[in-house]
Design a protein. Structure first.
Length: 86
């Protein structure tokens, strides 16, 4: 089993389309759902770190009805080029 952060990048590369933190949580649940680190906060931190290094970009930003920011992420070509290291 891959480390969760690596699995997040792998998921984004394989999907090759936009996804959000909720979708990522659902995708991680079968493998990592019982682990303490599998929390929404941790997943969002990993996604933000991928934004920071250019592996992903924010494709869409919206505020939901509660005023929470909703981000749709997409893997960049640079992020996809890292697949060989997975």
């Amino acid at each position: 089993m891959l480390p969760m952060k690596t699995r997040i990048l792998e998921y984004g590369i394989q999907k090759d389309a936009g996804f959000d933190a909720d979708e990522m949580m659902s995708a991680l649940a079968p493998q990592y759902g019982t682990e303490k680190m599998c929390s929404r906060k941790q997943v969002e931190e990993y996604l933000d770190s991928f934004l920071g290094v250019g592996f992903m970009k924010a494709e869409n930003l919206e505020l939901d009805q509660s005023g929470n920011l909703h981000v749709t992420y997409v893997v960049t070509d640079y992020g996809k080029s890292r697949q060989k290291y997975l």
